[in-house]
Design a protein around this ligand. Structure first.
Ligand code: V55
Ligand code: FE
Length: 487
């Protein structure tokens, strides 16, 4: 008898899905462009068992990966849990053995020292394998076609540190998967490393650096010559863990930094620039170099956006300040100073989950997409919209025309992170499609939407329909079929 907590985290539109299965040839409305041939993977946290603690965090759910195989205008769907060590040990025990999010002090003694990954943040195909990623652990490797789990990898022993973030970037020039790890020599440590993995899966180098303070380093950015790390004071320490507080807490007294590390096998000194004030920021849209200047585009909020990682001094959560807007940070490598050169707000749309055309990663991008919350639009979902983040709109930024285009998904639905698919044979940035899930929380069905990336206001050109609703998830990535052996 599985009894889940009857809290907002496990009911309503965060109801669990917990379903592994296969569907051949989804019902489609409209016409899916027939040049699309590949795989869209996305993941949702989806607790296999009722959690050890009723106040369990969304970020602590077991990674359930959905695969949309798109070819000839048709879509097959496959969904499997990432069978982490945690998942397997708990399946064998028939109950949870791992406790609170990022707190091994709460685990059952039988799993002491085991890898705690839930593999619930990003699924991405590289070197023909599906990497299921969680920032506190090494990558979990899965077979793309069967979605069977093969196990954790340290790149044949080449990776010395213990963590591999869930936000790798594929360098469009080299094809390398570039990534970093934090808390890399153990929980709460300030040790980090930066890595590049070749298109065939070899770890080419790992260079080591440390950060001024421990914090959630959830994402990073890449440019031609640098890896960039934003430090935002979502911090922790052993006292918090011993007191069984949420792992992270927001500390408004700590500065925000941007670290600039050369992308060099020999490493080299990381340079820290300080922001003018403490803000919240999580996912990066993109970064690029212009001469000695580095531009870093990120949704930035005045206050903490994670109510479940509260203020460390117990200040109440302030919804009015939990409103990220796209912001441009500029630092100048030619300056001798220690401060940002400028911080400029570039949009009024409040939102998150920013994405670019993968071909523009690390380069001056013309286009960008993200989800946003438009509180002016009607809402027919249950409960108060103020209680949750209702991502009801997709935004397209055109940084050349400075226009922003929107698609509203209607009064009953929320959207999940958009993902760009390049039009086959195209070379122009932004020439392609956006896929994004739309979850109707009234009828309880999900659909995968296909939009023209540069004309989202026209609405979806096609919708592939699931006969159920998925749980809200995190990230998704696209891979063309020619990069998947046997596809
Ligand atoms: C995030 C998600 C996580 C996590 C840390 O900002 C940060 C998103 C799904 O897990 O562990
Ligand atoms: Fe993320």
């Amino acid at each position: 008898m599985a009894h889940y907590p009857q809290t907002a985290m496990f009911t309503g539109f965060l109801h669990l899905n917990r379903f592994e299965g296969d569907l051949v040839d989804l019902e489609v409305e409209g016409e899916i462009p027939d040049d699309i041939d590949g795989f869209f993977h996305r993941v949702q946290p989806d607790q296999q068992f009722p959690p050890m603690f009723d106040n369990d965090q969304f970020f602590n759910g077991d990674g359930m990966i959905s695969q949309f195989r798109i070819r000839d205008g048709k879509v097959n769907f496959k969904q499997r849990w990432a069978r982490t060590d945690k998942w397997q040990l708990e399946r064998a025990a028939g109950k949870p053995l791992f406790g609170a999010y990022r707190n091994p002090l709460t685990d059952d003694p039988s799993v002491k020292g085991r890898i705690r990954s839930t593999a619930n943040t990003t699924p991405i195909v590289h070197a023909g394998k599906l990497f299921a990623l969680k920032e506190d652990s090494p990558p979990l490797i899965m077979d793309v076609l069967s979605m069977d789990t093969e196990g954790f990898s340290n790149f044949n022993g080449a990776m010395k540190n213990q963590t591999f973030s869930a936000h790798p970037k594929i360098c469009p020039d080299t094809g390398n998967m570039c990534n970093f790890g934090y808390a890399a020599t153990g929980l709460l440590t300030t040790d980090c490393s930066y890595m590049e993995v070749s298109p065939t899966g070899e770890l080419l180098f790992e260079s080591f650096f440390t950060v001024p303070y421990y914090c959630m380093m959830h994402d990073f950015a890449l440019t031609e010559h640098y890896a960039l790390f934003h430090l935002v004071p979502i911090t922790s320490n052993w006292d918090r863990l011993k007191a069984n507080k949420p792992h992270f807490g927001f500390d408004t007294s700590m500065p925000v930094y941007l670290g600039v590390l050369p992308r060099d096998p020999k490493g080299g000194a990381i340079r820290w620039f300080k922001a003018p004030k403490t803000v919240f920021a999580s996912h990066v849209l993109n970064a690029y170099e212009e001469g000695s200047r580095i531009h870093f585009l990120i949704p930035e909020a005045e206050g903490n956006c994670f109510p479940f990682f509260p203020d460390i001094n117990d200040a109440p959560f302030d919804r009015a300040k939990a409103t990220p807007v796209m912001t441009r940070w500029v630092v100048d490598m030619a300056s001798t100073g220690e401060n940002f050169e400028s911080v400029t707000r570039v949009s009024d749309h409040v939102g998150e989950f920013p994405r670019v055309d993968d071909r523009a990663v690390g380069k001056k991008n013309r286009h960008g997409w993200m989800l946003s919350m438009n509180m002016e639009m009607p809402w027919e979902g249950a409960g108060s919209r103020a209680a949750g983040f209702i991502m009801n709109t997709l935004v397209h930024f055109d940084f050349q025309t400075n226009l922003q285009h929107v698609f509203w998904c209607g009064p009953q639905s929320i959207m999940q992170e958009p993902c760009f698919i390049a039009r086959r044979g195209s070379t122009e940035e932004g020439d392609g499609y956006i896929v994004a899930l739309q979850d109707n929380v009234v009828t309880n069905y999900s659909e995968l939407l296909f939009l023209d990336a540069r004309n989202i206001a026209a609405g979806a050109v096609a919708r592939a329909k699931l006969p159920f609703r998925l749980r809200s998830g995190l990230h998704g990535t696209w891979i063309n079929a020619e990069h998947v052996p046997g596809a």
